[in-house]
Design a protein around this ligand. Sequence first.
Ligand code: GUN
Ligand code: ZN
Length: 494
Amino acid sequence: MRECFEVRDWDAAGRIGELEVPRAGVTVETPALLPVINPHVRTIEPSVLEAKFGAEILITNAYSLYGSDEHREDVLERGIHDLYDFSGAIMTDSGSFQLAEYGTIDVDTEEILQFQRDIGSDIGTPVDIPTPPDVPREQAEEELATTQERLELAETVDTGDMLVNGPIQGSTYPDLREAAADHADGTDLDVFPVGAVVPLLNNYRYADMIDLVAAAKRGLGEDAPVHLFGAGHPMMFALAVAMGCDLFDSAAYALYARDDRYLTVRGTEHLEDLDYFPCECPVCASTTPDELEAENARERERLLAEHNLHVTYGEMRRIKQAIRRGNLLELVETRARGHPTMLDGYRALVDHAAQLEETDPVSKDAFFYLSSESAARPEVLRHHQRLERLNAEGNVLLSEGDTNEAYDETWRVTPPFGPFPRDLSDVYPLNAEVPERLDVQAYEQAAEGVSRLVAANPDATFTLAYHDWPETALAAVPDEVSVYQLGVEDGDWD
Ligand code: GUN
Ligand code: ZN
């Protein structure tokens, strides 16, 4: 059992958790945002992050401090919390990012971990190798082996009560990511960042990102806190949380502000393209795009960074509330409509429905069917798994929905779930809110449910009375079921 992390609520693979950071003497609620502080360019002061935005944790680069004539001695003497005037938890990165960027750094894992401990970091990081996407497999394997050696070395360094990250690499090979996670889970390291996803995110490869996070999650225990390294755009937070990411670090709020880019939960806008601010934050409520453009560069950068932070923290709160209410997947589905590549990400997420189902609560408030992807949600899969185990007695008559009184005395077949006893129609998730104009995927899933029930009951006879099922869904109904099309005279179809 990992001592430092406790999950409070689940929704799909998303969770609200508590990360106990002993060195800081604080407990951080997750999912959490870690704003990146560049020691040389403090766009927003850490004390402002704490006072104005409620920041409980931030991240900064220990290697930048280590190599800095200006800060090195000062931070060793005063400690990082004093230097930054921040009383929450501080995570430090190791220089791996510089390694990826410049090919070499002049520090090793042991030395940088000791430096992180000495400056008072609360969560330190060894020098992992961020292998980029799409490299040859041999390179991914070799670099992963080196990363794994460094995680093992990190276990032997005296890090006191500082928590230590165990980054998970493996490029775009899901099996390597899973093996890397399995290995990291077996160390006594504390937090597990999924590394080297920045190039994927920069290229909008959200589906690939989800597949790699899913792979890493399979190798990690449920009690492992997971960080998505370098992911700071609020557009993808809900998606990544639903796959089980707990921590995010954002440099985007500051980097984007520097070149007049404005974050929204639907994507990024350039200030010059905005005639109105589509946001309720204090910055946007009190100024206009024209007025902001007329400000001097420094003030414009500060105000844009504040807006970007408001949006970013606001999305985190929305996600946590959605987890509490059990409608995180509805939020992901909404975000998936912001950008076609986000839709790819959501489709990749529901491709992992079986994995999401393992931690999805058995009961939630209401299932809202919002798009054809809703048909592939874990709740539907779970119902099918139940049908597979269910032995129906004797002859079972299946009717479509509640539209025909003559046929629904025992079971109904309601898209997207498929067959269920009428008595359960008020029970979650079968009491789903479903639109009248359903798409073919919902019927196909209902047919899949019929197939599972039939397979579990080889001796029973089934009749499916249907009204308006599309051809492809009917074709998916097993041959053992006699299919009976209802005419208008058989019922009231209003
Ligand atoms: N920041 C963004 N990606 C990475 C990564 O893969 N490793 C480390 N240490 N820091 C990162
Ligand atoms: Zn705003």
